[in-house]
Design a protein around this ligand. Structure first.
Ligand SMILES: *[C@@H]1O[C@H](CO)[C@@H](O)[C@H](O)[C@H]1NC(C)=O
Ligand SMILES: *[C@@H]1O[C@H](CO)[C@@H](O)[C@H](O)[C@H]1NC(C)=O
Ligand SMILES: *[C@@H]1O[C@H](CO)[C@@H](O)[C@H](O)[C@H]1NC(C)=O
Ligand SMILES: *[C@@H]1O[C@H](CO)[C@@H](O)[C@H](O)[C@H]1NC(C)=O
Ligand SMILES: *[C@@H]1O[C@H](CO)[C@@H](O)[C@H](O)[C@H]1NC(C)=O
Length: 415
């Protein structure tokens, strides 16, 4: 119930135009709540350098003028040969920081770098690193926030992939996507089949498409809100949602801004919106996670996932009337995935309340070149695929050996 209230409050705050950036300094006393870490407030480049790795920031402009920050983590300095580049694509509400958060020996980027791969880390439009456009101002122009999963998939991702191929001179890169990040690859390859040949293998960790079996309460709320929000968004109501550091200006102002004592409560709710398993996220990692989430998105994209929860893995829902014009039917059609031919490996867990195994099986069956490995550890949760202490045990060695040796060894079971 409280989550429902919070989501409502955030949505309302967004409707009122909550684009304002958070004031400098953190109003939430995470130290009192979760302990602290010197890595908590560092941005991507600072964090990467603090951890002793070489990295760079690149600007990539999409066809429609969004300027994305695409980070590059170089192979570990002790590497003599440089292996195939890997792209890491973060999930919804999040940022490329996820590739670094748990630190050396545990984070995706560092483990790939140690194995002598360079890692390219795009940030989708609208998150803290990609709040830029050639002429739109994210703080003033609502038009800036007029995007959702489709724009991430059909504009942000191809711009990033083409940039990396051009920069590295490689014919193909390997791809690791978390949740929405992996959804983006499937949609891109379905819409523009040339991209099937630009990715050697795509890993979908905690793969989100159909959400019919998701038990995560926030998704249920999103599904219930979808008809209402779809109507509002189609009338032009939109704006920034979950900006980085902006919990104080969105949810905080609407619900938690009553007094400072309620801030910690709000940050806990924020955590809850992303799915959280306290057994996997160590005490060292927790404050760093809290310092780096959320990354920001649009209300439209928040609602887009509500539509998918409600409708299935279908095209954008324009509402009853405009769907007739666009699709010739009152409901949007399912995505046509028949042109996806890139080799895909999905990694799922029975403990994932967002990407539930039966839904990932459904996706696997809709594709001809995908396999699904379900982890033996049934407690592994949605965020544990990026922040969990067992990432270097369950996830990255399999990905690396698959990239290097061509076959995926599943320790759990194949479906
Ligand atoms: C935050 O909490 C910690 C631990 O309780 C305390 O030492 C610190 O002074 C607090 N910081 C602020 C800004 O209140
Ligand atoms: C990227 O854009 C930012 C802000 O416009 C600029 O400061 C930075 O130098 C650019 N980086 C590169 C590598 O061009
Ligand atoms: C380089 O150093 C990292 C971190 O110490 C280590 O894990 C990795 O195996 C080393 N790589 C090579 C190629 O020696
Ligand atoms: C994390 O800290 C709590 C409280 O200090 C402690 O009870 C718990 O055992 C710690 N967990 C780990 C994995 O170290
Ligand atoms: C690839 O296979 C070779 C030979 O079986 C093995 O030595 C190597 O460790 C494998 N690479 C990875 C990353 O697992």
């Amino acid at each position: 119930m409280m989550i429902l209230l919070w989501v409502l409050a955030c949505s309302l705050a967004a409707l009122q135009g909550c684009q304002a950036q958070a004031p400098a300094g953190n109003l939430v006393n995470y130290t009192a709540l979760f302990g602290t870490s010197p890595r908590k407030d560092l941005d991507f480049l600072q964090l990467c350098r603090y951890d002793g790795y070489d990295c760079e920031a690149h600007n990539v402009t999409t066809l429609d003028g969004y300027i994305l920050s695409v980070f590059r983590v170089l192979p570990n300095a002790n590497c003599t040969e440089h292996k195939q580049p890997i792209m890491f694509m973060h999930g919804v509400y999040l940022t490329g920081d996820d590739c670094l958060t748990p630190g050396p020996g545990a984070a995706h980027c560092y483990l790939y770098s140690d194995a002598c791969h360079e890692v390219w880390v795009p940030n989708v439009r609208g998150n803290r690193y990609s709040r830029r456009h050639v002429y739109l101002n994210p703080d003033r122009d609502d038009k800036f926030w007029d995007f959702a999963l489709e724009e991430h998939s059909y504009l942000d991702l191809p711009a990033s992939v083409d940039y990396v191929l051009a920069k590295t001179g490689q014919p193909k890169i390997a791809f690791v996507g978390h949740a929405q990040g992996a959804t983006m690859l499937v949609l891109l390859c379905a819409k523009y089949p040339a991209y099937n040949d630009k990715i050697s293998v795509g890993f979908g960790i905690s793969m989100t498409t159909w959400l019919n079996h998701a038990t995560f309460p926030v998704l249920t709320v999103q599904g219930v809100l979808a008809p209402l929000l779809t109507g509002a968004v189609n009338l032009g109501v939109n704006g920034e949602l979950f900006p980085h550091g902006g919990i104080t200006t969105t949810a905080a102002e609407a619900l938690c801004g009553l007094n400072t004592a309620s801030y910690p409560f709000c940050s806990v709710l924020l955590f809850a919106t992303l799915g959280y398993n306290r057994f996997q996220i160590t005490n060292e990692t927790l404050p760093v996670v809290v310092g780096h989430i959320p990354g920001g998105t649009s209300l439209k994209n928040f609602n887009r996932w509500g539509q998918i929860r409600k409708n299935g893995f279908t095209e954008y829902d324009y509402g009853f009337v405009r769907n007739w014009v666009k699709y010739g039917w009152y409901r949007p059609p399912q995505f046509d995935l028949s042109r996806v031919s890139v080799p895909l490996v999905f990694l799922g867990s029975e403990g994932d309340v967002v990407a539930a195994v039966p839904d990932v099986i459904r996706l696997r069956r809709a594709l001809t070149t995908a396999e699904l490995c379900v982890l033996a550890d049934k407690t592994f949760g949605h965020l544990d695929f990026v922040y969990g202490k067992d990432v270097p045990n369950y996830i990255t060695p399999k990905i690396l050996s698959s990239i290097e040796n061509g076959t995926y060894v599943c320790d759990g079971y194949f479906v």
